[in-house]
Structures are given as structure tokens and as C-alpha cells.
Design a protein around this ligand. Structure first.
Ligand SMILES: [Zn+2]
Length: 135
């Protein structure tokens, strides 16, 4: 057993491709084959046109910080790495992901450019986080 104590995602049949790609350090999103909309989080139908023909496509991993907060007080021993940045990142392709920014809290600002960062938290699980983009 490793020392990772935080809750881990439980991939569903619908979300399993996203988590498998994350383990390969690739960010993929569902894309509606009818209207072309990129979709996050993974689901069974397009939220825009309700078509169920959804494929997967690798995306750039580039985005901007849409919003963020700094968690300074651990809610349990598992979150003892506070302070950390909890953020919503808006990807170039449109969808917004709730994630962590791997940076000092004082270095994060709304609108800053970020890129995907893959955190192998256990041998079976990789989380998609973001770090400041290099200009
Ligand atoms: Zn659609």
C-alpha cells in the first residue's frame, strides 16, 4: 500500500477512456460527432444536441485559470498538503475542468495560462492537474 490517502476517482464505463488516457499522460475529451462540441465531464449524451454518438479526441492541454481558491486548512489528514490551489481551468477547446494548479498559491491568478500536468498518484491512477505555462 502506498501513502496516498485522498479519495481516488472510480472510473465508470463512460469515463474509463479518460482515466486510461491520463495514465498515458494524454488529455482526451469526448467530442460530439453530430455538432462537434467538446464535452467534459464524460457522459452518455451531448449536452448541447443530445446525440449519443460521442467520440474521444486528444486535446492540447492548454487553457487558462477561469477561477481558483486557495485551500489553507486541511479537512482531514489526507489533505495535509495544504495550502494548495483548487481551480477551474477553461481549456482552449472550451470545457472547464475542476482541478489543482501545481504552483505556489501566490503565483496563481485568474486568466493565467496553464498546461496539463499528469500526477501519477498511485500505480493505477493518474490525476489531471495543471501547471503554469512556459511563455
Ligand atoms: Zn452535439
Amino acid at each position: 500500500m502506498n501513502g496516498y490517502l485522498k479519495p481516488l476517482p472510480k472510473p465508470s464505463k463512460v469515463s474509463a477512456p479518460f482515466w486510461a488516457a491520463a495514465r498515458r499522460h494524454q488529455l482526451i475529451l469526448q467530442r460530439c460527432e453530430r455538432c462537434g462540441t467538446f464535452i467534459y465531464y464524460p457522459r452518455s449524451r451531448c449536452p448541447h444536441c443530445f446525440d449519443d454518438r460521442l467520440g474521444w479526441q486528444q486535446v492540447s492541454g492548454r487553457g487558462v485559470v477561469y477561477s481558483f481558491t486557495v485551500v489553507r486548512r486541511a479537512m482531514s489528514r489526507a489533505f495535509g498538503d495544504a495550502p494548495y490551489v483548487l481551480a477551474i481551468v477553461e481549456l482552449e477547446e472550451g470545457p472547464r475542468l475542476t482541478t489543482n494548479i501545481v504552483a505556489a498559491p501566490e503565483a496563481v491568478s485568474v486568466g493565467m495560462k496553464v498546461t496539463a500536468h499528469f500526477d501519477d498518484v498511485t500505480p493505477e491512477c493518474t490525476l489531471v492537474k495543471f501547471k503554469p505555462a512556459e511563455e
